[in-house]
Design a protein around this ligand. Structure first.
Ligand code: CP
Ligand code: NVA
Length: 300
């Protein structure tokens, strides 16, 4: 494993090995043990979109590992003024030991890896969000004890989260169902792959998708960069809400996950959110542990 550009690049074994290390690092942190696996290492963190969790968990993660996280906003970097990514990659490779990037086009992340000479980590693109899904898988395993026989159901936009969750579910052997409105399906190539490699179902009926699910997952109707489509999306996604009807269709002990930020009253009701707040905030915490594991794997 040289980079984390998308989850599809990792084997099942690599994913499980990251999750095992994440569990270990979580245990150590809970017991006040902070091993400086990345002493003196420097991670550049390029953000072309907003972030609360990704930014803070990567920066704190690097600190706890004995290294340093450098926040780089596109408002300050020359990349925001049009300096090509292939030049940025070669320059930053001379200063840093790794780069985490949050941006729009997946191609930009792939190009950083192609032109740079240090590990690149995808901190979210329009296409996928692998770091989030590693934390999600860690949380599912914590609560359910494993993945075998589980059904993961995603309700909402076939966006970056849906794409990565689909890959994560297939790679770990979970069934995956998705309910999305017509025209908002996940990536076509990934869907075809999931149909062949996994147990995959797609519908426009949230209650049908949620039937007997062990994990219900949702995300915003309008992702970062889609703010202009807000009104159109509110219409298209009406009814695609994790509410008591959806929860009644799922298994009685189903957990609810949300990558956050959440919009109560849109993709999830306030009631369902608060009933499952423990799971959702454990999931947010696990970003830290899962990413520390990725950092150790890539930068040590
Ligand atoms: N879930 C997630 O990536 O959150 P941020 O946008 O706050 O980083
Ligand atoms: N789909 C959301 C995820 C945020 C973590 C977005 O891209 O804005």
């Amino acid at each position: 494993m040289k980079h984390l550009l998308k989850l599809a690049d990792l084997s099942r074994e690599e994913i499980l090995s990251i999750l095992n290390l994440a569990d270990q690092l979580k245990y150590e942190r809970q017991h006040g043990v902070f091993t400086p696996y990345l002493k003196g290492k420097k991670l550049g963190m390029i953000f072309q979109k907003s972030s609360t969790r990704t930014r803070v968990s990567f920066e704190v993660g690097m600190y706890e590992l004995g290294g340093y996280g450098l926040f780089l906003s596109d408002r300050d970097l020359q990349i925001g003024r049009g300096e090509p990514v292939e030049d940025t990659a070669r320059v930053l490779s001379r200063y840093l030991d790794g780069i985490m990037i949050r941006t729009f086009a997946q191609q930009e992340v792939e190009d950083l890896a192609r032109y740079g000479s240090i590990p690149i980590i995808n901190g979210l693109t329009d296409y996928c969000h692998p770091c989030q899904v590693l934390a999600d898988l860690m949380t599912i395993r914590e609560y359910k004890g494993g993945f075998k026989g589980l059904k993961l159901c995603f309700i909402g936009d076939g966006n970056n989260m849906a794409n990565s969750l689909m890959v994560g579910a297939v790679k770990t052997g979970m069934k995956f169902s998705i309910a999305c409105p017509e025209g908002y399906e996940p990536d076509g190539a990934l869907t075809e792959w999931a149909k062949v490699e996994g147990d995959f179902a797609m519908t426009d009926d949230p209650v049908a998708a949620a039937k007997d699910a062990d994990v219900i997952y949702t995300d915003v109707w309008a992702s970062m960069g889609q703010e202009g489509e807000k009104a159109k999306r509110e219409k298209a996604f009406a009814g695609f809400c994790v509410d008591e009807k959806v929860m009644a269709a799922a298994k009685p002990d189903a957990m609810v996950l949300h990558c956050l930020p959440a919009h109560r009253g849109e993709e999830i009701t306030a009631d369902v959110f608060e009933t499952h707040a423990k799971e959702i905030f454990d999931e947010a915490e696990n970003r830290l542990h899962a990413q520390k594991a990725v950092l150790v794997k890539l930068l040590k």
